[in-house]
Design a protein around this ligand. Sequence first.
Ligand code: SF4
Length: 96
Amino acid sequence: MIIAIDEELCTGCGRCINSCPTSALEMKDEKAHLRDERLCDGFGSCIAVCPFNALYIEEREAEPFDWSVLSEIDFEKFIDKLTLHYKPVPLKESKE
Ligand code: SF4
């Protein structure tokens, strides 16, 4: 199971690229593109942010997610994205 992009639907808005904590996606010819399948953790944050339903999961032979590739390529960017986009949501205070 791995992410796939429907290029007919992709407008190149870039939301998915910004949302992917592992930087598995990049822009190529004004379309989202899977940069390295070993960087796709299958978490699906890109699917959630695409307003055009251009992303989906497909079942095919793929390289498994590999932390070592992430740390070789851009571990610093991964940490930056986590701290920027994935802040815990504070619990609502009880009104008792
Ligand atoms: S969020 Fe959707 S439309 Fe925007 S670049 Fe990604 S796949 Fe394309």
